[in-house]
Design a binder for this molecule. Structure first.
Ligand SMILES: Nc1ncnc2c1ncn2[C@@H]1O[C@H](COP(=O)(O)OP(=O)(O)OP(=O)(O)O)[C@@H](O)[C@H]1O
Length: 241
């Protein structure tokens, strides 16, 4: 029997199932409008098509797990949605209601690289990111965010002295500063995290979805959220044209 949460099967032409709003959105945004619509997206890299005619949506309160083998185009797709890469066809529509600042306020992109400055302390690096993205950056807020990822005890450590998992925790602590029910785009958020780190991030995801946010994430391990089902979008190199 097919998994009802699996929204797409990989093929030359990929189509999502019809969007059904879900979740308990506590937001002034219209509850039925998706945070993200991707229509007929195509991406070609290194002379090969990664995907074509890809359509999907992320609604409020929804998490969509982007999965597929190495090189199938997950990062490329996330970068297209984040506006960092031009698709070869199709378009992405974000629920911004014509406000050009809304996208910046509502969208969070955390890529493979942690974007932390090596020569700052964990506390300074997170504060810098918060200010850069126009988020709450008071010392209390930054410490509280570090605490959510159990990194408050290392707040004075230089980033370059932290382990990979600790750096990932500091980068992801940024999510604890978010208050807007927007779209989170997360590339391998669980990479390098131990079980406690994974649990902390899943808790943040759950809170974000509960306030009406949406999440599009890649992961090589299935994300398991305590309350909500996670839908799937599969990119599959073997079945591509
Ligand atoms: N800047 C680039 N120039 C040319 N080809 C690229 C570039 N970036 C990525 N590619 C190619 O695009 C394909 C998809 O890469 P992408 O990083 O999107 O895959 P992925 O599914 O995220 O992989 P992984 O699971 O290994 O992270 C790969 O074959 C890769 O070599």
């Amino acid at each position: 029997m097919s998994d009802p949460n699996r929204v797409l099967a990989p093929a030359r032409s990929l189509r999502a199932t019809p969007f059904t709003p879900s979740g308990s959105a506590t937001t002034s945004e219209p509850p039925g409008e998706p945070l993200l619509k991707a229509a007929d997206l195509a991406c070609r890299r290194g002379g090969e098509w990664l995907f074509k005619a890809l359509c999907f949506e992320v609604g409020r309160g929804q998490a969509l797990w982007l999965r597929g083998p190495n090189g199938s185009g997950k990062t490329s797709l996330l970068r297209i949605v984040a506006g960092l890469l031009q698709p070869d066809a199709g378009h992405v529509i974000a629920a911004t209601h014509g406000d050009p600042q809304a996208l910046r306020r509502q969208q969070v992109y955390i890529g493979h690289a942690n974007a932390l400055k090596d020569d700052l302390t964990a506390f300074e690096a997170l504060g810098f990111l918060a200010r850069l993205h126009g988020r709450e950056s008071s010392p209390a807020a930054v410490m509280s965010a570090l605490r959510r990822l159990a990194m408050d005890h290392r707040c004075h450590a230089m980033v370059r002295t932290l382990s990979q998992g600790q750096r990932r925790r500091v980068a992801l602590a940024r999510l604890a500063l978010e208050r807007v029910a927007g779209l989170w785009l997360l590339d391998e958020p669980f990479d390098a995290l131990d079980a406690a780190g994974v649990q902390a991030v899943e808790g943040l995801l759950e809170e974000h979805l509960a306030r009406g946010g949406g999440v599009l994430l890649t992961s090589h391990v299935p994300p398991t959220l305590p309350v909500r089902p996670v839908r799937q979008l599969v990119l599959d190199t073997e079945r591509r044209a």
